[in-house]
Structure formats: structure tokens, C-alpha cells
Design a protein around this ligand. Structure first.
Ligand SMILES: [Zn+2]
Length: 87
């Protein structure tokens, strides 16, 4: 599984405009979390679609960062869209 265990008392933040979502906490919940430039600590990335905590996300469009599973779904949807447009 690509999902990550996340302790409570965290929130989801977008890292920068157009950037991926990530778990953020004021107090460091785990040693694996990294100090964040503007304060607090950053943890796992969060998928835009299923809102699961994951170790990494893929950029699907300008502000759409998805986990591996949702990225596959996006590829499938894109294909269907192209087929309809051609018909
Ligand atoms: Zn996902």
C-alpha cells in the first residue's frame, strides 16, 4: 500500500500556489516530518481526489496532484473524453 499512517491534530495544506497538498502540523508528530519553511512541520502528501495520505503524488493538471491509483483513473477518463470528442 502507498498510504501512510498519519497522527491526529494535523491539517491539509497546499504547499504553494498550484502545488501539491500535504499534511501539516504545528508540533512535530513524527521524526520523519520535515520543518516547513513558514513554520510547523510537513508530513505525507495528500491525493487531490481520494484525500489519502501517500508518499508521493503525480501532477495531472495545473492544480491536480494525484496518487498513483487516481492517476491511472485520470488517464482512463482522458481517453474516454477523447473518444467522445472524435465521434
Ligand atoms: Zn488518490
Amino acid at each position: 500500500m502507498m498510504t501512510v499512517q498519519t497522527p491526529g491534530n494535523t491539517e491539509i495544506r497546499r504547499m504553494w500556489k498550484g502545488g501539491p497538498l500535504r499534511r501539516w502540523a504545528e508540533e512535530r508528530p513524527l521524526s520523519s516530518w520535515i520543518p516547513y519553511a513558514t513554520g510547523g512541520y510537513a508530513g505525507p502528501y495528500v491525493c487531490e481526489i481520494c484525500r489519502q495520505d501517500v508518499v508521493g503524488v503525480y501532477r495531472c493538471s495545473s492544480e491536480d496532484w494525484r496518487c498513483a491509483k487516481c492517476r491511472v483513473q485520470a488517464a482512463r477518463t482522458g481517453k474516454e473524453k477523447r473518444v467522445r470528442m472524435a465521434a
